[in-house]
Design a protein around this ligand. Structure first.
Ligand SMILES: Cc1cc2nc3c(=O)[nH]c(=O)nc-3n(C[C@H](O)[C@H](O)[C@H](O)COP(=O)(O)O)c2cc1C
Length: 670
């Protein structure tokens, strides 16, 4: 029997619907004036898509616990009552919803932050005030009060956030708790805050009210908890009344990636299984489980009682229904790029999803049948063109998609060849299936000309032709050892042992990753844990061990003209990972570089007024893109209605989030 539909000893069955939990995501809608209705639509769509249990984004039970000023709290009847819109909408689809209670502690970015000890975190702007015993007691009762409010507005439970380095986690770990009263020191004292919070929440609420505890299973920071301490905490919160334990990995300040695309799928499920074997309450597997087949496998092998998916449900709210009805090829899989979600959230903007711009815009971006079907040509099958073609065809337009290449994907075909970005193939698999499903006519391997487009008499032409490299003019640029990045990534141009990469935007970093990456011993998980120093055996406090990154065989220089530090424009939540990898491998990074020339001696550059020669075998050009608009002029002169999306509209560093968003929005308008 498939674990999608388990039959228990008493004859009852459980389906994955009851076993799939939507992980907590604070989206930013919570703070918008019209946020309640938008959140209701956001969650309702996921409930309709087959999720059985939803956890909302975290809200603090009091003001001090807010992450940033102006965040909403759950601390009064007035603050609670608008939540009814959410609970009603979710219940209408037969799903359950619990609200997460998250006190930021020392991660607060405002002046009122409090914590067990007055220790500033390395990523925080302010030092928190040390909580008095009175503060501690009041805060615990604020959690209980928030749970009562949640219950009163129809939530089926609460999730108490005890992970990711937030307040409860801060109490647990010596790293952030240096108290010597009954709330610090011994393990019993350090776990008291979390345990007492669960106990009071349980006591204040109905017996069938769900109390999930989000537990830090592996802190991944120095001074974190040991595995035995984590197990003790889990047992203690279960005794105090937690109905479900939802383990998480890493603190915000950890310098180990836990959810980016280079983290192997299901990397931490082995640890979850180990935790589950110690407990009598249901345990959730979480992080980088982006494929229902993996979820099914974890459940089948008894690795967890429930599986959590967060970002995968941004990418595709209908994921579970598609899987259950045998339409897995149509799942828009989360590729863990973090560009539309975490990067936006941590930049103070609304969360969305690179591969699904409708995420958190459900009420505004509606894909509805068109009243006036048109014949539309799309030139360019990169992400922007694909998003447009599929959405327009879904609305009922007759769409013909042209690309000079014989496969769809454009620049995504390069991205997916970069180590750690293999997931990008999933997006191409999804779009390819959608093109077929919606009857888009594919003219691949055909370079559309303005004459052929005009002759075909389309009602509208969409140019999604992307970018072309801008010609650099320094002497030696045409030397045979000066290479184009696409040739290097696709393996058409062999690259020597000493290489300079010109341009340190996203593409430059990708090329540096490709050229510096070496394989270590072991499977994907073993390589990942060795590279980052993760102790999955739980022998060391915080799960940290000495990293053993692979030695780079090449000598690499990553260069940029701008004077600021390299990688500034990379994603807020993933840029540090990419920089750290290159730094550990010994890639030379130089900014403020003036390129003089390339000749048989190497690349001649001037940095800070000093001229030097980098004795490289090859130079890879990753700088300067311009919009490919060569068809535009003639089409416009002929009076052809034309639109541009993505790189064809605006060059600069490649931005698939913008390209896909523009493609979908244009298709909704036409
Ligand atoms: C935009 C965004 C907001 C998040 N907000 C929260 C939050 O408020 N509370 C929380 O416990 N986790 C939060 N998370 C973490 C997710 O719950 C989840 O653990 C993480 O995304 C990894 O799981 P996934 O691979 O299934 O996405 C957030 C994640 C994202 C992408």
């Amino acid at each position: 029997m498939s674990p999608l539909c388990l039959t228990h000893a008493d004859g009852t069955t459980t389906t994955l619907r009851n076993r799939l939990l939507m992980g907590s995501m604070h989206t930013g809608l919570e703070e918008l004036p019209d946020g309640w209705d938008r959140l209701a639509a956001f969650y309702a769509e996921r409930a309709e898509g087959g999720v059985g249990l939803i956890v909302t984004g975290g809200l603090s039970p009091n003001r001090e616990g807010n992450m940033w000023p102006g965040m909403r709290t759950l601390d009064s009847e007035e603050s609670a009552s608008p939540h009814r819109a959410i609970t009603t909408a979710v219940h209408a689809h037969g799903a359950h919803i619990v609200i997460q209670l998250l006190h930021a502690g020392r991660y607060a970015t405002h002046a009122e932050g409090v914590a067990p000890s007055a220790l500033r975190s390395p990523i925080s702007p302010a030092t928190p005030r040390e909580m008095s015993v009175e503060d501690i007691r009041r805060t615990i009762s604020d959690y209980a009060q928030a749970a009562i409010l949640a219950q009163s507005v129809g939530y089926d439970g609460v999730e108490i956030m005890g992970a990711e380095g937030y307040l409860i986690n801060q109490f647990m770990a010596p790293r952030a708790n240096q108290r010597n009263d009954e709330w610090g020191g011994s393990l019993e004292n350090r776990i008291r805050f979390g345990v007492e919070t669960v106990r009071q929440v349980r006591a204040a609420t109905r017996s069938d009210f769900i109390v999930i505890f989000r537990l830090s299973m592996l802190d991944l920071v120095e001074g974190g908890c040991t595995w035995d301490e984590v197990v003790e905490m889990a047992k203690a919160v279960a005794v105090a009344g937690a109905s479900i334990i939802n383990p998480y990995v890493g603190w915000h300040e950890s310098r180990v990636p836990t959810i980016a695309s280079l983290v192997p799928r299901g990397a931490f499920t082995g640890l979850t299984r180990r935790l589950k074997s110690e407990l009598d309450v249901p345990v959730v597997a979480s992080n980088r489980i982006n494929d229902p087949r993996l979820a099914e496998q974890i459940l089948a092998q008894d690795g967890a009682d429930l599986v959590s998916m967060a970002r995968p449900l941004l990418a595709d709210p209908m994921l579970l229904n598609k899987f259950a009805s045998g339409q897995s090829a149509l799942i828009n899989t989360c590729i863990a790029c973090n560009q539309g979600c975490l990067d936006e959230a941590f930049s103070g903007r609304l969360t969305t999803c690179m591969v699904n711009p409708r995420a958190c815009r459900e009420t505004e971006l509606r894909i509805e049948p068109t009243a006036e079907p048109k014949r539309i040509a799309v030139v360019g099958a990169g992400p922007g063109g694909l998003a447009f073609a599929v959405t327009a065809a879904q609305r009922g337009h007759q769409v013909t998609l042209y690309d000079a290449a014989s496969v769809v994907g454009g620049q995504f075909n390069l991205a997916r060849l970069i180590p750690g970005k293999e997931e990008y193939s999933e997006t191409l698999r999804y779009f390819s299936a959608e093109l077929v499903r919606h009857g888009v006519k594919q003219r691949l391997g055909e370079r559309a000309s303005s004459e052929s487009l005009l002759k075909a008499g389309f009602d509208h032409v969409v140019l999604a032709t992307g970018v072309v490299p801008r010609r650099l003019t320094w002497p030696g640029i045409d030397h045979p050892r000066v290479l184009r990045y696409a040739d290097v990534i696709e393996g058409r141009a062999p690259v020597g042992a000493r290489v300079a990469i010109v341009g340190a935007g996203g593409i430059g970093f990708d090329v540096a990753e490709l050229l510096s990456h070496e394989h270590l011993e072991g499977d994907e998980l073993a390589q990942f844990t060795a590279t980052w120093g993760i102790d999955l055996k739980g022998q060391n406090p915080g799960g940290m061990t000495e990293p053993h990154p692979a030695r780079m065989r090449r000598e690499l220089w990553l260069l940029q003209r701008r004077p600021d530090s390299l990688g500034k424009g990379l994603g807020k939540t993933t840029g540090w990972i990419r920089r750290a990898l290159l730094r550990r491998r010994g890639v030379n990074m130089l900014s403020g570089v003036i390129y003089e020339r390339f000749d048989d001696e190497g690349l001649h550059i001037t940095v800070g007024g000093v001229t030097k020669i980098l004795p490289v075998d090859h130079v890879v050009i990753c700088a300067g893109q311009e919009s490919e608009q060569s068809l535009l002029g003639e089409l416009e002169r002929a009076g052809q209605p034309v639109s541009l999306v993505g790189g064809a509209l605006m060059a600069g560093d490649l931005d698939a989030t913008r390209a896909i968003d523009e493609g979908v929005r244009l298709a909704c308008r036409l």
